[in-house]
Structure formats: structure tokens, C-alpha cells
Design a binder for this molecule. Structure first.
Ligand code: CTP
Length: 402
């Protein structure tokens, strides 16, 4: 992910909505991802947030008016508009949507929006009646028709006290929607990527289950990376601690049987299937309808085997389809993973160490090796899950090109 947007130029335009303060978080997330961010604040935005805050976060002067810009040698709105890889207008008021839809150029931002050929992403934020108004909706239609991108506002309690649709999407979702636009990487455009993620829970009774420590962080990193390369992404996820990216179709399940039922049919027409879920290999033979009481003696549970989703997809694999698995191991990483790669008919497998503090379930890093179908093993240093996702997709690209 980092490489995709490193040094890419993003214009973060903040307009006069109460949600303007949330743009600080957007700016700092973009900087974390090594993007170069030019903050732009309209006159109304300056009433709500300070340009200095954005200058401190981005390390660049905030642009606040059209004519102050002539202090520099370049005609700034044209120069910035030309070098931008993305214009992100967050929050976007009804006013900026109306101006952009009608080609009005009466301040820096509206002028630059006409001058740029970069993709434009609007994150509207306004009162729900203003958002639903036919004028605003018509402006959005016009802008969509011209190829602009939108991230829908959420429903909820708004600053004005009413409840309805109009609250700006959360900053993380905005970043995720922005990533593929900034990266300009469309190598997986038109390709379907199916990911299993999280852990499964196998119920014993209404309150207890057999589960595992999977957080879903790896699945999330894979989904973001696939989206950043322009893929159509579906994630079938067990209960998980992390939010999945906006832009991926998310199917929530609880048990291994449910995961199999949702995943197997979808695998048939997927170009890439990545099974990152920690699926329970066994489930209780019997699930009790009522909570089991302590009976004053030891208890033996009978378990039955769950279907192996990855192995079933491997057995039915089409030519050209790429299948990737994970092997969570506590010992003999590479040797154990190699057996699984062959047994399940995989193209790639990630052997990752679990059971140590810095690697595996719940943390952001992994000790891992990537093994491929040609017998090549790449040992990796302790690696962040998002970086591992990037390396895996690079390897998949090589295999797809074979
Ligand atoms: N997997 C799956 N369905 C299962 C079990 C595992 O799809 N019922 C997938 C996982 O998502 C992972 C891979 O298979 O990609 C390896 O899982 P793992 O549990 O390590 O493999 P097993 O073959 O079950 O081996 P082990 O004996 O280590 O449990």
C-alpha cells in the first residue's frame, strides 16, 4: 500500500461543514501513507478550522485564497491542479457541489476543480434535507456523469440535531475510497478477488463457542491492497475486531459451515481466491438449545470435522485461477506449509509463525515466508501485514503473467 501512494500528490480540499475537523485525521492518515498533501481551505472552512493545523500535519502551506498565491512564481491553482494525482474534497458542502456541477470558478478551489484533470473524490457532509434536496441530488448526478467519484454520507445524528443522511463518511473509509484513485494502479481492473478473513466460531450452546485468536487484520490488509489495484473485492468474514474497507462487498458469517456456504459458490468465477481465515477444523457434534449447566463432573465434547474450504476450492480450481492459502504454524514453518501447498493445490502459500508475541494473531506484523507452486521459497523479515499483502499481490501478478 505504501509504495502505491508514496510521493503522490493529493489536494485535500476542506469546505465549510462542521465535519471540517475530521479532515485533520484524513490529512494525517495520508501523510502516514507517505503521500504529499496540499491542504486547501475555503473561506467558510477557515471559520471552522485553522489552516495552521493542516500546515503542521502536512508540512505544507495551506492554500486559503486565490490571489495570495501570486506571491509565488507559478500560477498556483494551475500548477497544483496539474501535478495532483487526486483532488479529495472532504467535507464537501452543498455549495461546492453546486459550483463544481455548474462550472463556477469564484475561489481557489472551484477554479482548480475546473483546471485539474486528476480524479476528484467528494465526501459530502451537510444537513439531511440539504443532501436530499433535488438540487443537490441533480448536482451529484451531473458530477457522477462527468466521472467524479463520491463517498456517500452516513446516516445518523447530525450537528444540527436532526437525524438522517448527511454525516460525512468516516475518515478511514474515505482513505480507502481514495487509495485506488491516488495509486492509479488498475492492474486488477475487471478481476474478481475473493478473500476469507477472521476466525470462525463454533457454538456449543447459546452463550459459548469454540473460537480462535484471529483478528481479521490480514484479511483487511489484503482487501485494501486488492482495491488499490482496482479489483472487485468480496470478503467473507467471521467475527472480527477490525473494520473492513469501504468498497469491498462484505459477507458476515459465524461458523465454518456458513463460511463454506458463502465462499464455495463465489469461488467459481473469482480470478483470485485468498483464504486468510482461521477456520475451525472441528465443530461440536451437538449444539445445545439451552445453556449447559455445570454438572459436577468432567465433560467430554464430541467434535466433528468441518469442510476444508481451501482444499475444496483447490480441487475445483480452473486454469488461470490463482489460489492462495495461509499456514499458521508454531514450528517447521516452511516444511508444513509446503505440504499444505501441494495437498490443497495452491499457487502460493504464506507460512506464518503464530504463538510468539510479534507475529500472528491480533498484531500488525508477521514472521513469514512465501512459497510458490514452482517450489520457490522467499523468507521475509518481520513484516507489516499491509506490506505482506503488497508483496503477495506482486507475486500473484507474476504468476498471472506466466
Ligand atoms: N482453511 C480452510 N478451511 C478449513 C481449514 C483451513 O479454508 N476448514 C484454510 C485457511 O484459511 C488457510 C489454510 O486452509 O488458508 C491452512 O489452514 P490450516 O488450519 O493451517 O491447515 P490445516 O490443513 O487445517 O492444517 P493443520 O493440521 O495445521 O490444522
Amino acid at each position: 500500500m505504501r509504495r502505491h501512494i508514496s510521493n503522490k500528490e493529493v489536494v485535500l480540499a476542506v469546505t465549510g461543514s462542521i465535519a471540517a475537523y475530521k479532515a485533520c485525521e484524513i490529512a494525517s492518515r495520508l501523510i502516514e501513507l507517505n503521500a504529499k498533501v496540499t491542504p486547501v481551505l475555503t473561506r467558510s472552512a477557515c471559520e471552522l478550522v485553522q489552516p495552521a493545523t493542516f500546515e503542521a500535519i502536512t508540512g505544507r502551506r495551506a492554500i486559503t485564497n486565490l490571489f495570495g498565491a501570486f506571491a509565488s512564481a507559478e500560477i498556483e491553482h494551475i500548477a497544483v491542479a496539474t501535478r495532483a494525482h487526486l483532488f479529495l474534497v472532504a467535507p464537501a458542502t452543498a455549495n461546492i457541489l453546486a459550483k463544481a456541477a455548474n462550472g463556477i470558478a469564484d475561489d481557489w478551489l472551484s477554479t482548480a476543480l475546473l483546471a485539474t484533470r486528476a480524479p476528484i473524490l467528494f465526501a459530502p457532509a451537510m444537513n439531511s434535507n440539504m443532501f436530499a434536496h433535488p438540487a443537490t441530488q441533480a448536482n451529484i448526478e451531473t458530477l457522477l456523469g462527468r466521472g467524479c467519484h463520491f463517498i456517500e454520507p452516513e446516516s445518523g445524528r447530525l450537528a444540527c440535531g436532526t437525524v438522517g443522511q448527511g454525516r460525512m463518511a468516516d475518515p478511514m473509509s474515505i482513505i480507502e475510497a481514495a487509495l485506488p484513485l491516488i495509486s492509479g494502479d488498475s492492474s486488477l481492473a475487471g478481476k474478481k478477488v475473493l478473500i476469507t478473513s477472521g476466525g470462525t466460531r463454533e457454538p456449543l450452546d447459546p452463550v459459548r463457542y469454540i473460537g480462535n485468536r484471529s483478528s481479521g487484520k490480514m484479511g483487511r490488509a489484503l482487501a485494501i491492497e486488492a482495491l488499490a489495484r482496482g479489483a472487485q473485492v468480496t470478503v467473507v468474514t467471521g467475527p472480527s475486531d477490525v473494520a473492513l474497507p469501504y468498497g469491498a462487498e462484505t459477507i458476515r458469517v459465524e461458523t465454518a459451515m456458513q463460511m463454506a456456504a458463502e465462499t464455495l459458490p463465489r469461488a467459481q468465477d473469482a480470478n483470485i481466491v485468498i483464504c486468510a481465515a482461521a477456520v475451525a477444523d472441528y465443530r461440536p457434534e451437538q449444539t445445545y438449545e439451552h445453556k449447559r449447566k455445570r454438572a459436577g463432573q468432567s465433560l467430554t465434547l464430541a467434535l466433528v470435522e468441518n469442510p476444508d474450504i481451501l482444499a475444496q476450492i483447490g480441487a475445483a480450481k480452473r486454469t488461470g485461477q490463482i489460489l492462495v492459502g495461509f499456514a499458521a504454524e508454531t514450528e517447521e514453518l516452511v516444511a508444513n506449509a509446503c505440504v499444505k501447498l501441494k495437498k490443497k493445490n495452491l499457487d502460493l502459500i504464506v507460512a506464518n509463525q503464530v504463538g510468539v508475541p510479534e507475529s500472528g494473531f491480533g498484531v500488525d506484523t508477521l514472521n513469514a515466508a512465501i512459497l510458490d507452486r514452482d517450489g520457490q521459497t522467499t523468507e521475509l523479515p518481520l513484516i507489516a501485514k499491509d506490506e505482506l499483502a503488497q508483496r503477495l499481490f506482486d507475486r500473484m501478478a507474476l504468476l498471472m503473467a506466466q
